[in-house]
Ligand binder design. Structure first.
Ligand code: SF4
Length: 128
């Protein structure tokens, strides 16, 4: 295969602070033919995942009523498709929960049909 037949995509590995710059060559059929730049095997796995199906965790806050603080820190229980992160943040802006909440409580189930839950990342007692 010649260079002419390959398309190169660039990614930054976030697996560790070294931040290796990864290059993925893809052929005309969309198949990966080479990965360059990985400092370890984790980088190869990351490049394949990022190229085929990029995903991210979402960490944010939602409104809470009757709690010690007005916002409750939350996160997704697993990564969701990267192209749904913005919609997920928008959806979570509409959410309001009621105190008390325990760390790990599910705040939203099946976020945007991803099958992923959103859970509280701290306790929030009710004000009395
Ligand atoms: S490829 Fe390996 S060494 Fe390089 S940033 Fe990723 S995890 Fe770190």
């Amino acid at each position: 295969m010649t260079d002419h037949d390959a398309t190169t995509f660039s990614y930054l590995c976030i697996g560790c602070p070294l931040g290796c710059r990864l290059e993925v060559d893809e052929d005309d059929h969309g198949d990966i033919i080479e990965i360059r730049g990985s400092g370890c095997r984790k980088g190869d796995r990351y490049a394949k995942q990022e190229h085929a199906d990029p995903r991210r965790n979402v960490t944010t806050t939602v409104a809470i009523s009757g709690g010690l603080w007005p916002r409750l820190p939350v996160k997704t229980s697993s990564e969701i498709p990267k192209d749904q992160v913005l919609a997920a943040c928008e959806a979570l802006r509409q959410v309001r929960v009621q105190a008390p909440v325990k760390m790990g409580d599910v705040v939203v189930d099946d976020l945007l049909g991803t099958g992923c839950s959103v859970v509280a990342t701290r306790h929030m007692p009710a004000i009395t």
